[in-house]
Design a protein around this ligand. Structure first.
Ligand code: HEM
Length: 487
């Protein structure tokens, strides 16, 4: 038999095999040898929405398998009972202890400073010159500068009029891209690439060096500053207005015998963890929020109504200059007012984070074998994946209108916020590992929203569909192009 005939026979057999064994229920088929690779490859470009379809059809939990040689097993779940079990009840079995302090509200003044000194001048300029801007890029730069200032007391000024291309910003983007790549390919593949120092792994090494040098540079600069003037504002810690996280943690390292000689590395790791956790997430949260507002002008009007009512009702006697902008400023730097009084704005942000959670999925690996409330057995050979994106879009959890943007679902009739347990609204995770920047993020998002909607009209100029990228942080695939006009 000629080779071509042998090939045709094998091909026909494979075709018949695929035809008879292909599952007709819309769930991915687990093929011999290649596992679920075909279904995943076919839907990779729309992986988040594919997760919604699969999990809706499989009663909220689905067991996925990679090619046999990788021995990859994944349990995808959006079942609130499983989430509660893993992240709270049996937390010890799904490790990584928290060594962080919650970011405190006193840092909000630094946030407003960034709004006034960076965001507003840029938007004024864009409005005067009438040029198109990518709101995603703008918010990424805004949150990059804000988080750097809050965490390291350093403003990289990435949000300047000329939108500079900073090596550190690029290194951070490269680094995040490689992390996603490592999740997507078998461990042996990326480890081999690392050994050869090629491709994504070479990029990772180079990016890591830039980030490492930068963070250590900031630490030693801060040390110098502190030793030069030990009584300066920067050295006062605790609830002192103006202290950044690095200063607070340096004080912790100085006091703690346990950290000892690892102090420098502890500081680097802690600063990095905050930095990575906060940098992309806030920007992405804001861009989806503004996209949803542009699609739902009635919601924007209601936020403005609430804001107007607040600023006119509240008596800010302690300001001499009672112009509107100062009222917004006072409101936006009052942590308690932002938290308790702007109920509709709060509901709107929660609703946006439900539909477009900045951290689209999260993974855990059990230490010991365990049985989840859904009956699924898990062990240490298995990765458990929570799709936060899919969880916000399950009909069984949020009702038939789950894909609609309805801030009212977060409100009680008494105009109070409806309590939703964190194992159902997973945007900030749940249990002892809940996001430590949650309150800060909500505050930053509210302050930025107040500043923007009170001054500008935003007009989308999208010529393409707005869709999420296949990545852990839910970026928009092609950004969000808009024009701004000052009122
Ligand atoms: C809208 C914005 C944000 C969202 C949606 C978000 C979401 C999350 C999620 C899902 C986790 C859990 C990750 C895991 O289990 O591995 C997390 C952890 C964390 N987040 Fe955020 N985050 C946001 C903003 C921030 C900000 C601004 C900061 C601080 C600058 C921050 C600091 C942290 C830290 C330190 C952790 C790790 C907590 C621990 O390990 O105990 N986050 N965040």
């Amino acid at each position: 038999m000629e080779y071509i005939e042998i090939f045709l026979v094998i091909f026909s057999l494979l075709f018949l095999f695929c035809y008879f064994f292909h599952k007709k229920d819309g769930l991915p088929t687990n093929w011999p040898v290649i596992g679920m690779l075909p279904a995943v490859s076919k839907n990779y470009h729309r992986i988040h929405d594919y997760a919604v379809e699969v999990l809706e059809k499989s009663q909220l939990t689905f067991l996925g398998k990679g090619p046999w040689f990788t021995n990859m097993k994944f349990l995808f779940t959006v079942d609130p009972a499983n989430v509660h079990h893993i992240l709270s009840k049996n937390f010890g079995n799904y490790p990584r202890g928290s060594k962080f302090k919650e970011i405190s509200e006193f840092l909000i003044e630094k946030v407003w400073e960034k709004i006034e000194s960076r965001l507003i001048p840029f938007l004024d300029h864009a409005s005067e010159q009438q040029f198109e801007i990518d709101l995603q890029d703008l918010f990424e730069r805004f949150s990059f500068d804000t988080i750097s200032t809050v965490v390291m007391d350093y403003d990289p000024e990435s949000l300047s009029i000329d939108l500079p291309n900073l090596p550190f910003l690029k290194a951070v983007r490269d680094f995040e891209e490689v992390i996603v790549y490592r999740h997507a390919v078998p461990t042996c593949v990326w480890k081999f690439q690392r050994w050869l120092d090629i491709g994504q792994e070479k990029k990772h090494r180079e990016a890591w060096k830039i980030i490492d040098d930068f963070i250590y540079g900031c630490i030693s600069k801060k040390r110098e500053e502190m030793s030069k003037n030990s009584k300066s504002k920067a050295c006062k810690v605790g609830n002192e207005v103006g202290a950044d996280l690095m200063t607070i943690y340096m004080d912790e390292v100085r006091k703690s015998a346990e950290i000892g000689s690892n102090g420098e590395k502890f500081l680097r790791d802690t600063i990095l963890a905050f930095f990575f956790a906060g940098r992309g997430t806030v920007g992405v949260g804001l861009v989806w929020f503004f996209y949803l507002l542009s699609e739902n002008p009635h919601v924007l009007s209601k936020i403005k109504e609430e804001l107007d009512a607040m600023t006119t009702q509240m008596q800010y006697h302690h300001t001499d200059d009672d112009i509107m902008w100062n009222r917004y400023k006072i409101l936006s730097t009052n942590f308690q007012d932002l938290k308790d009084k702007l109920i509709y704005l709060h509901a709107t942000i929660c609703e946006a984070l439900r539909l477009y959670p900045p951290v689209a999925f999260n993974t855990k690996v059990p230490i010991e074998p365990d049985t989840l409330p859904s009956g699924h057995k898990v062990d240490s050979s298995m990765q458990i994946i929570f799709s936060t994106y899919a969880m916000g879009r399950m009909k069984s959890l949020w009702g038939e209108d789950c894909c609609e943007f309805k801030p009212e679902r977060w409100m009680l009739e008494t105009d109070k916020i409806r309590y939703v347990p964190s194992h159902k609204f997973l945007a900030f995770s749940s249990g002892p590992r809940t996001c430590l920047g949650k309150n800060m993020s909500l505050t930053v998002m509210k302050a930025a929203t107040i500043a923007i909607i009170s001054r500008y009209h935003i007009e989308p100029v999208q010529a393409h569909p707005v869709v999420p990228e296949t990545s852990m942080v839910l970026h928009m695939k092609q950004g969000f192009k808009v024009k701004v006009a000052a009122y």
